[in-house]
Design a binder for this molecule. Structure first.
Ligand SMILES: *Cc1c(COP(=O)(O)O)cnc(C)c1O
Length: 389
């Protein structure tokens, strides 16, 4: 065991030289017009929840993703909340989500008064496994009057949230098929996948609605921020309305026609986002180079491999995931300890959702692949700047 851990640390050292440590998992980078755009906001007085940068950021996101509409919001979690509300998720519903995800995916379901229902992932993309999901639904669900119902609980299974892990597109074609067959609204948690595409189409645009995040640790950041993307103009209009307090447009009256949110992204944050989007292509190119260096460094090492884009996927290389051939918590933890002690910000997968106390009682399929992956995955320092090291 000592041997493999030492070899892992050596390989990381060959990519990230000690002079580049401490190397956090993912550091933001501001090399463009950030300061100029922020100064412009301050000089103009438009710093808050309306302003030209909000409109521009939304237009640029729509153009980048190819979605008919993008609506900027305060963070990715809020974006998921909006997606699920617009997907028609009701209190008492169940929503299928991967157990292998960041906690926001499950929390957004809980915010709706619905129950997350956990399903397993597959090892090639780390995303939800459509074959296992279909077989599971055969066992526990039926479609009645065009709606999917859990035969065990009697609750409607309203939606499926697919997540693109670390920017690797999941088997979205398979999940679209399963969602159609079982009458599930497909929502994509594309928080990690800005700039990632499957067969030329941007992540987050396959389902009815998609959520993006611009948190400080994502590939580009607005400080904090998110967006809802959709191809349905009516859903786009609803997303904008609901996230802007459901205010009825009027020159001077304060009139609201339903319970909305104040989820508006401030102009300051959108300005940062516009400057960051200008640099996205360059970020992806440098991160691809870093991924190539990791791939080369680990190519000859027995017992491990890097998570590799499958054919047809364009990956943003947000995080570089090292995968142990065999689940081994002891090796995983020893590698994490040693790497972090040496100043390399390596991290494990998130604690699986069904193991968190608030979700332990939720319905779920058997989750052997996700459970094994939890003992196999080590994320390595992935800042674009490391490509220049
Ligand atoms: C970052 C992230 C979110 C939440 O985004 P925030 O902007 O931090 O609220 C949701 N889902 C996944 C998978 C994420 O990685």
């Amino acid at each position: 065991m000592g041997g493999l851990v030492e070899q892992i640390v050596e390989a990381v050292r060959s990519v990230v030289p000690p002079c580049a440590a401490p190397a956090p998992l993912h550091a933001p980078e501001f090399r463009g017009a950030e300061k100029a755009y922020l100064a412009d906001c301050i000089d103009s007085g438009w710093v808050s929840s309306v302003g030209a940068y909000v409109d521009r950021f939304e237009r640029e996101l729509a153009a980048l993703t190819g979605a008919a509409r993008a609506v900027a919001v305060v963070n990715g979690t809020a974006a998921l909340d909006v997606c699920l509300r617009l997907a028609g998720v009701q209190p008492g519903d169940e929503v299928l989500v991967p157990t292998l995800t960041f906690v926001a995916t499950a929390n957004a379901v809980a915010y709706r008064g619905a129950t997350p229902h956990f399903v397993d992932s597959e090892g090639l993309t780390l995303g939800v496994d459509p074959y296992r999901l279909d077989a599971y639904l055969d066992r526990i669900a039926r479609v009645t009057d065009g709606a999917c119902v859990n035969r065990r609980t009697g609750a409607p299974i309203r939606a499926l949230v697919a997540m693109h892990v670390f920017g690797h597109p999941c088997d979205i074609d398979g999940l679209v098929e399963v969602a159609n067959r079982w009458r599930l609204v497909l929502v994509e948690d594309a928080a990690e996948a800005l700039g990632s595409r499957w067969r030329g189409r941007h992540a987050g645009t396959f389902g009815r609605l998609g959520a993006l995040s611009f948190n400080g640790n994502k590939i580009v950041t607005t400080g904090g921020g998110g967006a809802v993307v959709t191809d349905d103009p009516e859903l786009g209009r609803r997303a904008k309305h609901l996230t802007t307090t459901a205010k009825v447009p009027h020159a001077w009256a304060f009139d609201h026609d339903e319970i909305g949110w104040n989820y508006r992204l401030p102009n300051l944050n959108a300005a940062l986002g516009c400057a960051q989007l200008d640099q996205l292509d360059g970020m992806i190119a440098r991160k691809a180079r870093l991924a190539g260096s990791y791939a080369a460094a680990f190519a000859g090492l027995e017992g491990v491999s890097m998570l590799t884009p499958r054919e047809g996927a364009e990956v943003n290389h947000w995080l570089n995931a090292l995968i142990l051939d065999k689940p081994d918590m002891a090796v995983r933890d020893a590698a994490l300890e040693t790497l972090n002690a040496a100043g390399f910000g390596a991290r494990p997968l998130w604690t699986l959702m069904h193991r968190l106390p608030m979700y332990a009682g939720c319905p779920r399929d058997e989750l052997p692949v996700a459970a094994a992956l939890a003992a196999r995955v080590i994320n390595l320092p992935s800042s674009a700047a490391l490509a220049d090291a």
